[in-house]
Design a protein around this ligand. Structure first.
Ligand code: PMP
Length: 372
């Protein structure tokens, strides 16, 4: 039988939590409450849809392999040069390729215990060694389960090639401020690439200090940021993410890029979505308002909610979590179980629309009524 490489032998395939295709067959649209994948319930800008329709006449052509127009638009948005941008088939692809490019068999990769799941996957696939740093404790006063930046800096050795961080992080929702991150960067040796996953950056409140690391790029050529169109822009189905880094780092990554990794309709739709800043702002505000309402609703029910600056909340349901989750599933409510992260007492709940959140809470009241 085919034998995978040592790193790949230890891997499990990505698990989206539930078989959503089966769910959609079992439940009608009005019964199903899909809050398991941190998607944007409002969808993309109408301009993005129109741009896709416009592309339908040229599906027989390969897209621009470099995605030059989208890179130019992104460069303008972020105040960087186009050669500092790399496009990916979702930011997941870029996170994987970063390990492939910079970490190998004799190298260490550092990340936090509850850092995004792809960090572990990418490290193992590259055959490198995981240095998993304990998170802040679950009774931490402000940032339970968050990244412990001091401990992460201390875990870096001569063998470390890469550090992965997410701000805000999934699945915890936790974040750290720019000053704390700048102090962290000052401790990181120049040979270590620091990957800052900012998939949820657009959803953070301006006053929450979950600030982007973008301003640090000009002084740190070993810093790479990743962003995505899957969350705030509501384009998860198109699979587009991007990386921002020093031109030299981007040039190395371009060697690994598959030809035409981002398709034509996706390139056009993302460029159009960038132009509709009003839609982005609208979705951000709805999300922020519903995130607060949802967290308060859980707290009123005596459930602990970790602080969040994203479009989801991590809720502690306690020892009965697996049973509660199974009962919610039976009612067509899909949340994300956290057993794979080693947090079996928690469920991750995506912030939905007013109506979805209302149906979610009704199902939860129903189930809690039986359990309590
Ligand atoms: N980073 C984080 C922190 C995420 O939560 C996700 C999606 N769940 C991703 C990256 C990957 O997103 P995508 O591949 O859709 O860009």
């Amino acid at each position: 039988a085919a034998r995978a490489s040592r790193g790949v032998q230890g891997l499990k395939a990505y698990d989206p939590g539930h078989d959503l295709v089966a769910f959609r067959r079992t439940f009608s649209e009005s019964q199903l409450v899909e809050l398991g994948s941190n998607e944007n319930p409002y969808g993309p800008s109408p301009d993005a849809r129109a741009a896709i329709l416009d592309q339908l006449h040229s599906l027989h052509r390969y897209p621009d392999p470099l995605g030059a127009d989208l890179k130019r638009a992104l460069a303008a948005k972020h105040g960087v040069e186009a050669k500092q941008i790399l496009l990916g088939n979702g930011s997941h692809e870029l996170l994987m390729q970063l390990a492939q490019a910079f970490a190998g068999a004799d190298d260490d990769v550092v990340f936090s215990r509850y850092g995004f799941a792809v960090f572990a996957l990418a490290t193992q696939a590259a055959g490198a060694t995981m240095r998993i740093v304990p998170a802040l404790p679950d009774d931490h006063p402000t940032m339970p389960l968050g990244h412990d930046l001091d401990a992460m800096a201390a875990a870096i050795t001569d063998r470390t090639k890469l550090v992965y961080l997410a701000n805000p992080n999934n699945p915890t929702g936790t974040w750290f401020g720019r000053d704390a991150f700048a102090a962290f960067m000052a401790k990181v040796p120049a040979h270590v690439i620091v990957v800052m996953d900012e998939a949820y950056a657009e959803l953070a409140d301006a006053q929450a200090d979950a600030a982007s690391a973008l301003p640090l790029l000009s002084s740190h050529s070993n810093l790479a940021l990743t962003r995505t169109f899957s969350k705030a822009y509501g384009l998860a189905g198109l699979r587009v993410g991007y990386l921002i880094g020093a031109p030299g780092l981007v040039a190395v990554m371009e060697r690994l890029r598959e030809s035409f990794n981002v398709n034509g309709p996706a390139l056009a739709a993302c460029e159009a979505a960038l132009g509709d800043t009003a839609h982005l702002q609208w979705a951000r505000e709805r999300n922020a308002e519903q995130r607060v309402a949802l967290a308060e609703a859980f707290e009123r029910r005596g459930l602990r909610v970790a602080p969040s600056q994203t479009n989801f909340v991590l809720v502690q349901f306690g020892p009965q979590t697996a049973h509660i989750e199974a009962e919610l599933t039976r009612r067509g409510v899909v949340l994300r179980p956290m057993g794979g992260y080693g947090l079996p007492d928690y469920l991750r709940v995506t912030v939905g629309t007013v109506d979805e959140n209302r149906r979610l809470l009704a199902a939860i009241d129903d189930v809690l009524g039986q359990v309590r």
